[in-house]
Ligand binder design. Structure first.
Ligand SMILES: Nc1nc2c(ncn2[C@@H]2O[C@H](COP(=O)(O)OP(=O)(O)O)[C@@H](O)[C@H]2O)c(=O)[nH]1
Ligand SMILES: [Mg+2]
Length: 371
């Protein structure tokens, strides 16, 4: 267990330092407000002092039995010091995490209103660190505005969220006329391609062609072919790299946009990602990653990170209608730079189930207040 003390004028600034050193796994063991600096006791400034701990080498399961015997029972006094020194078993770790969480809650000194807002963000699947940053930021804004009401706090939380969302880019742009839709299985890639094709045809009068690389299941090819037939769009099925490149070459001459449906495969399968790069240079195509809003927060970030590494131009978020927890968006913009949302889809109907919320509307969705 590594322990370190931090000092900064505000909680978000302290947390930034903690995360820089220890990542997101750090636990806050102690936090308090102190006054320091100034001359002859004058002009002292308020600071937040935080003691954070991090276990760089958690107990391996194989050693669990041996550890269990050795680890002494926690004493009531000096619990934090004891926990810091003693190698702990899984059970100890759980107790420790629980205590750390409780002490974090107590020492954060949330007002009841702040606690309500924080809990609400957590319910919306905003990751705890991010929710904490937002509530503290909002509380700081209030401290300077002097209007300390629940309503003002809510408004400040919106402002703080909107500020984060400002880095988000909205709109379906495509630097290359070949657009690949990639992502995990069943998220709605094929359905979304049909929606986008229909919209481009109707509103932009674009000449569109389809290529599908999803040849694992006959049904998948048929699904795209059905949409192609309804929309009068040609579709090519590419079974290998050579065919794919050849179709791209041919179709680029006659069509404005080529929408490419890719195989529904497990993103944890490394071959999927290497294939994507190997089949066509990511600098020559526009990649849109399709992710479902129903994905778990950690998975959502994990998948985004994996695909971002191969070059993603933007995100398509699907199944907005299947959840009310939109924390994934806030978690993503708080974790990664340069995120673009091309489209958001909210239902199975082609082509109408797509929405284009503004940043302010997204912020209200995230806090659960709709708009
Ligand atoms: N509720 C809901 N269902 C959707 C949405 N988009 C796609 N689906 C459904 O999700 C399922 C999988 O879609 P599909 O396009 O085949 O996914 P793919 O495997 O990624 O190509 C289908 O039943 C779609 O109708 C959406 O925005 N909302
Ligand atoms: Mg599909």
């Amino acid at each position: 267990m590594k322990i370190k003390k931090y000092k900064a004028p505000s909680m978000p600034e302290v947390m930034k330092q903690v995360r820089k050193d220890f990542g997101t796994d750090a636990v806050i063991l102690q936090s308090r407000q102190i006054k320091s600096g100034g001359v002859l006791g004058l002009f002292k400034k308020n600071y937040i002092e935080v003691v954070a701990g991090y276990d760089p080498d958690p107990v391996k399961p194989a050693k669990k039995a041996a550890m269990k015997k050795e680890a002494p029972a926690p004493k009531k006094e000096n619990l934090q010091e004891d926990l810091a020194d003693v190698p702990h078993s899984k059970e100890m770790e759980q107790v420790y995490n629980l205590l750390a969480a409780q002490s974090r809650q107590l020492q954060l000194k949330f007002t009841p209103d702040e606690q309500l807002v924080y809990d609400r963000l957590i319910t919306r699947e905003v990751l705890p660190d991010i929710a904490l940053d937002i509530v503290k930021e909002a509380a700081n804004m209030i401290a300077s505005s002097k209007e300390d009401t629940a309503q003002t706090l809510k408004q400040m939380v919106h402002e703080s969220i909107e500020k984060r969302l400002e880095s988000l880019q909205l709109g379906f742009t495509y630097p290359h006329k070949v657009i690949q839709f990639v992502g995990p299985t069943g998220v709605g890639k094929t359905t979304t391609i049909a929606k986008i094709a229909a919209q481009m045809q109707l509103t932009e009068n674009k000449r569109i062609a389809f290529i599908t690389l999803d040849t694992y299941r006959i049904a998948a090819v048929e699904q795209l072919k059905t949409y192609a037939k309804i929309l009068h769009i040609p579709v090519q099925v590419a079974y290998n790299k050579q065919e794919y490149r050849q179709y791209i070459e041919q179709l680029q001459q006659d069509y404005d946009v080529i929408l490419v449906d890719t195989a529904g495969r497990n993103y944890r399968d490394e071959a999927y990602l290497t294939d994507l790069v190997d089949w066509v240079n990511p600098n020559e195509v526009t990649n849109y990653l399709v992710l479902s809003m129903t994905a778990k927060p950690k998975d959502f970030l994990d998948i985004y990170g994996k695909f971002a590494a191969i070059g993603i131009h933007g995100l398509i978020l699907t199944k907005f209608d299947e959840t009310e927890q939109y924390g994934n968006i806030l978690n993503a913009v708080s974790t990664y730079d340069d995120i673009r949302i091309g489209f958001i889809t909210n239902g199975q109907d082609v082509p109408e189930d797509m929405i284009h919320p503004t940043l302010s509307q997204l912020s209200h969705y995230i806090t659960g207040e709709g708009q």
